[in-house]
Design a protein around this ligand. Structure first.
Ligand SMILES: O=C(CO)COP(=O)(O)O
Length: 259
C-alpha cells in the first residue's frame, strides 16, 4: 500500500489569461535561471493555449512540465474556437486542468461536461487535473463536503475509480481563489482527507493539490499537512521568485518526509 511518502509532490502554475510572448520569455528565463533541482517535486506551467508551443520549446530541456487550462471533449469537427486533447498532446502538453471553478461559472461547464473532459483528456494521453471546490455559501451552510462529493461522484461514475491512478485532483475553494483568503491548513486538510476517502484503498496514491491564494509565505504550512500533496497556483505562478520558493517549500517538506 502506498503511503504519504510515496506520493510525489506537484506544483502547477495556472497562468490563466495572462502573458505575451515577450513577458512569457522574461518570466520563463527568470524561473530557469533561479531554478534549483528538485528531487521529490514535479513542477508544471499551464499557459493560455496560444502560448503552449512557446512554452514547450522553451522548457523542452528543462525539468518543467507543460500543461493546458482546458480542452474540448470532442476529438475534432465543427467546434469553432475549441481545442481538443489530441491537439494539446501534439503541442507537448502533459497535464490539462478540467473543472476549474472559473470555467464552471463563466463557461457554464457542468459536472457531466467536466467528466467528459476528464475522459477525453485520458484518451489523448493527458493527465487531467480535476478541480473541485465549494462556494462560500456552501461552506457557510456547512455543505462544503456535500458539494465536493457531488462534483467528484459524477466523474468517478463516468470514469471509474481506476482512472484516478492517472489523474490529479485539486481542491480549490471558490472563496479562496484570487481573493487573498487562503483556507487554513486545517480546513484544507479536512477536505483533502475527505477527497482521498472517496477513492478507497486507491486514494493512498492519489495526488491532491490545494489551490486558492497560495503564496510563498503560506505554502510550507499547507504542504506540511499529510494529505496536501502540492499546489495549484494562480497569481503566485506569475512571479518567478514566488513560484520557485513554493516549489522549494514542497521539496523541503518532501525531503523531511523521506528522511
Ligand atoms: O485558481 C487558482 C489556480 O487554478 C488559484 O488562483 P490564486 O492562486 O490566484 O488564488
Amino acid at each position: 500500500m502506498q503511503s504519504r511518502g510515496d506520493r510525489r509532490k506537484l506544483v502547477v502554475g495556472n497562468w490563466k489569461m495572462n502573458g505575451t510572448r515577450a513577458a512569457n520569455d522574461r518570466l520563463l528565463q527568470a524561473i530557469l535561471s533561479g531554478w534549483r533541482p528538485l528531487q521529490h517535486v514535479d513542477a508544471a506551467i499551464c499557459p493560455p493555449f496560444v502560448y503552449l508551443p512557446q512554452l514547450a520549446e522553451t522548457l523542452a530541456s528543462s525539468p518543467l512540465i507543460v500543461g493546458a487550462q482546458s480542452l474540448n471533449p470532442r476529438a475534432n469537427g465543427a467546434f469553432t474556437g475549441e481545442i481538443s486533447g489530441e491537439m494539446l498532446s501534439d503541442c507537448g502538453c502533459h497535464y490539462v486542468i478540467v473543472g476549474h471553478n472559473e470555467r464552471r461559472r463563466m463557461q457554464s461547464e457542468s459536472d457531466l461536461y467536466v467528466a467528459e473532459q476528464f475522459l477525453a483528456a485520458q484518451e489523448s494521453g493527458l493527465t487531467p487535473i480535476l478541480c473541485v471546490g465549494e462556494s462560500e455559501q456552501a461552506r457557510e451552510a456547512g455543505n462544503a463536503l456535500d458539494a465536493i462529493g457531488q462534483q467528484l461522484r459524477v466523474v468517478i461514475e463516468a470514469a471509474g475509480l481506476e482512472a484516478f491512478s492517472r489523474a490529479v485532483v485539486a481542491y480549490e475553494p471558490i472563496w479562496a481563489v484570487g481573493t487573498g483568503k487562503t483556507a487554513t491548513p486545517e480546513q484544507a486538510q479536512e477536505v483533502h482527507t475527505f477527497i482521498r476517502g472517496q477513492f478507497g484503498a486507491q486514494g493512498n496514491g492519489l495526488v491532491i493539490l490545494y489551490g486558492g491564494s497560495v503564496k510563498a509565505d503560506n505554502a510550507l504550512s499547507l504542504f506540511a499537512e499529510p494529505d496536501i500533496d502540492g499546489a495549484l497556483l494562480g497569481g503566485a505562478s506569475l512571479n518567478a521568485e514566488e513560484f520557485i520558493a513554493i516549489c522549494q517549500s514542497a521539496e523541503q517538506v518532501a525531503t523531511g518526509m523521506t528522511q
